[in-house]
Each structure stands twice: as structure tokens, then as C-alpha cells.
Design a protein around this ligand. Structure first.
Ligand code: GLN
Length: 445
């Protein structure tokens, strides 16, 4: 059942639906997509990533350090969603503090890909993606700092959308990289994504970075028949693995036959995106995660020797390895002597990335590229953190530029693993983004 169909149900039917979802989720427990079965409200159920605050629910961010913490308020995205007839239903597993691309780093253990339990679902919103793909959630909320909505959506064969920075309030989202984070919808199809996105978006006085203007809903105006000028960067597509590359070039041909105009563009080597992102995101993360000191939130170490030891012990016991690595990296790039060499330089590269996108969107409506270099990989196959970071090749520049992007399933490889395509639009052009995504969805179905 789609989200759109569920919005038509009466109270009794909704209660039955929730029971069914819960029973099915219990049956598929080995997927480890849900880490909690909380319910709040009687609207259409939407699964919520474990870093978005829901009043009265624990928020753990997949970390031991937040054990025992219960949110005293709703995130604005949750409050908005409630007004549109949706209710938070269940907690989705995630990489600890949304750092990762595989959902292997959660304190609750890894989530499995419903298409092949030996493979990862992607991350960090892996629980959200796996649950929607397995049919144990109608739709889910994810958060995207560098690809965490789009990449797991691609690995699990669902739709995942990251809004323009500032479109959805970040109030109540546990901060990872504050200048990059956005909450967005993860759904079975493009129309549901547009419906849920409309329910989340809008100005919020509690988030000074949220866009202060009248919000124009997109779902009621969805149009899959519009013809667009679509940019492709040959080198980006050619760099992907064989099945992804083959599928995307075939798709480009199909789009051309459908009457879209394909325009070949050049963009700078994506390796600079990775460098700029992992400096910026870790710097922001190290700063944001200072608040988890064992005193203000969640878990506190037993028998500390003194105050400094309480901080050190609580943080050492509470954070996992990847989070610790990021805190070390972030503090390093911000430290005196290295600030100019790393952090400042990354901000300059960020500016270049933004300008490059601006130039591309001067004469096209959409940019098409892979979401991920490969289809879902096997557990444990990324041997070093750097290998994992390279997974984000195609997804992170959008966050650095603040642009909206969407991942749409377009087929699968010989092993039956889903392949996604990514569309990117200029800032605030979500209508164009969804219309383009719908035309691709109609083309591949
Ligand atoms: N994989 C990226 C990271 O680990 C992106 C994560 C995200 O978008 N939250 O930082």
C-alpha cells in the first residue's frame, strides 16, 4: 500500500494496517531495520530515523552515549508531518550519529539489505531504506548530510530525496554537520516522496537557516510529461561500475528518445568533493558532538575520578570507533596551525563547487548522475575508512552546494541488486526535481 492510498483510510483500517506492519516487522526481525516499535498519534504511520526527536521517545542516533535519553519535544519536521495526517511509527536503525554508508556502525548491530541479507542496505539511513523496501514501512524519514538518504535508497531500490538546504527545518534533528544536514522522505515511489516532502517542508522560526518564504507544495502539481534539458557528465557515469554505467547510459538514450534534451557537461574531479566534505563534516561533527559529555544527555560513566575523567570516560565508553575517528579528524582540521591549511581551504573548495553547479544550471534544468559507484556491497567488504568515504563520490557535492537531489530506482544488476539514478536540480527547484523523477519512474515501469 502506498502512502497516498493510506491517506484515504479510516481510523479502523489504519489501526489494522499498523498491526499488520508491526507483525510483519516482527517476522522480518533479522533485517534489524526497526530498533523500536513506538507509536505516537493515529495518523498514517511513517517510520522515523533514530536521530529525529519525537516527544516522549528515546533518540539514540545508534549510539550508546545517548542510552536513556528521551526527547522532551517533537522536531519541527515531525510536528509538520502530524498536521498533514502522518504519525511517527517505529524507530529506524542507522549508522552511529549518521556517520557511514552501510549501517554497520550502529550500537544495535547492522541492518541487512532485504534483496540480499549478506549485503549492506547502505547508510546512514539504512534502517529506513530496508524497511520501506521490505514492505514493513509505508514510508520513512531519513537525514542526509552527504548522501545518507539517497545512497541507501539506491541500494534498496526505493525513492529517497534530499531537499534544498533550508527547506526542511533541522530543529529537533540531532546535528551532525549543521551546514549540510537535511531531513527528507524515503518512499516506495516518486509521488509519495512529493507528498511526504510537502508535509515536512516550510519555514521554521526555530531554525535560523530555514528558508523564510511562502512554501509552494509540489505534489498536487506533479507532472511527468514535462520535457527537460538534462546535463550529464560523461566521466562521472564512465567511472561507475559496469552494471551502473551500462544502465545509466541506456537510460540517457531512453530519455533522449522521450524528447528530453541531453547536454554533455564537464565538472571537476569529484575527489575534491570528498576532501572538502570530510574536512567540513568532521569539523562540524567534532563541534556538535562536544555536548555529549556524560552530564547533559544520556549515559554517564560509573565511578569517575574527577570531572575531567567523567567526560573522558563517558565519551570513551559511549562513542564507537568511527565517531571517535571523526571527532579526532574534526578537531585536528580546526586546530591552530592547521585551520588555514585544511578547514579554510575546504571552504574555498566548497565555494568552487557551488560556483560550478551555478554554471551548470545556467542552461539546464536537471543534472543526471549515478547515486553510487556500485550496487550494494557485502558486509565487511570495505576494508578501510577511506574506502567507505569513497562511496560518497556522487552524493556529497550536493550537500556542499546545498542543492536538492533524488534517487530513483531504474533497474538491477545480474545479481538482482537495485540500481538507482540521481537527479539534481538547482536550489529551490524541487518541482522540477520531482517532475523529472516522475518522468523517469514512468519510463522504467
Ligand atoms: N557517508 C557520509 C558520511 O559518513 C554521509 C552520511 C550522511 O549523509 N549522514 O559522512
Amino acid at each position: 500500500m502506498t502512502l497516498k492510498e493510506a491517506l484515504q483510510l479510516g481510523q479502523g483500517q489504519l489501526r489494522e494496517l499498523k498491526q499488520e506492519l508491526r507483525a510483519k516487522a516482527e517476522e522480518l526481525r533479522e533485517l534489524n531495520a526497526y530498533v523500536g516499535f513506538e507509536e505516537s498519534g493515529d495518523g498514517v504511520p511513517v517510520l522515523v530515523k533514530d536521530n529525529i526527536s519525537v516527544e516522549g521517545w528515546p533518540v539514540t542516533c545508534g549510539s550508546r552515549i545517548l542510552e536513556g535519553y528521551v526527547a522532551p519535544f517533537d522536531a519541527t519536521a515531525i510536528a509538520n508531518m502530524r498536521r498533514h495526517g502522518f504519525s511517527p511509527f517505529g524507530r529506524a536503525n542507522m549508522d552511529e550519529f549518521a556517520m557511514g554508508s552501510s549501517t554497520e556502525s550502529s550500537a544495535y548491530g547492522p541492518t541487512r539489505n532485504p534483496h540480499d541479507p549478506m549485503r549492506v542496505p547502505g547508510g546512514s539511513s539504512g534502517g529506513s531504506a530496508a524497511a520501506v523496501a521490505a514492505g514493513i514501512a509505508l514510508a520513512a524519514l531519513g537525514s542526509d548530510t552527504g548522501g545518507s538518504i539517497r545512497q541507501p535508497a539506491a541500494f534498496c531500490g526505493i525513492v529517497g530525496m534530499k531537499p534544498t538546504y533550508g527547506r526542511v527545518s533541522r530543529y529537533g534533528l540531532v546535528a551532525y554537520g549543521s551546514s549540510l544536514d537535511q531531513i527528507g522522505p524515503m518512499t516506495q515511489n516518486v509521488e509519495d516522496a512529493a507528498i511526504l516532502y510537502d508535509a515536512l517542508a516550510g519555514w521554521d522560526p526555530k531554525d535560523s537557516t530555514s528558508f523564510h518564504g511562502v512554501y509552494e507544495p509540489v505534489a498536487s502539481k506533479l507532472d511527468g510529461s514535462r520535457k527537460f534539458r538534462i546535463a550529464v557528465v560523461d566521466d562521472y557515469i564512465d567511472r561507475a561500475s559496469e552494471p551502473v554505467k551500462k544502465r545509466l547510459w541506456a537510460l540517457v538514450d531512453e530519455l533522449r528518445r522521450e524528447g528530453h534534451t541531453i547536454i554533455h557537461k564537464e565538472m571537476m574531479d569529484a575527489k575534491y568533493d570528498i576532501a572538502a566534505y570530510y574536512i567540513t563534516a568532521t569539523a562540524e561533527a567534532a563541534t556538535n558532538l562536544q555536548r555529549f559529555d556524560g552530564v547533559r544527555y544520556g549515559r554517564r560513566a560509573d565511578n569517575p575520578l574527577n570531572l575531567a575523567n567523567l567526560y573522558i570516560k563517558s565519551r570513551s565508553e559511549g562513542f564507537g570507533d568511527e565517531v571517535k575517528r571523526r571527532i579526532l579528524l574534526g578537531n585536528f582540521v580546526l586546530s591552530s596551525g592547521y585551520y588555514d591549511a585544511y578547514y579554510m581551504k575546504a571552504q574555498k573548495v566548497r565555494r568552487l563547487i557551488r560556483e560550478e553547479y551555478r554554471a551548470v544550471f545556467a542552461d539546464v534544468d536537471l543534472l543526471l548522475m549515478p547515486v553510487t559507484p556500485t550496487t550494494a556491497f557485502a558486509f565487511g567488504s570495505k576494508k578501510s575508512p577511506l574506502e567507505m568515504y569513497l562511496e560518497d563520490l556522487y552524493t556529497i557535492s550536493l550537500n556542499l552546494a546545498g542543492l536538492p537531489g533524488i534517487s530513483v530506482p531504474v533497474g538491477s544488476d545480474d545479481d538482482g541488486m537495485p540500481i538507482g539514478v540521481q537527479l539534481i536540480a538547482d536550489a529551490w527547484q524541487e518541482q522540477t526535481l520531482f517532475d523529472g523523477a516522475l518522468s523517469i519512474e514512468q519510463l522504467v515501469h
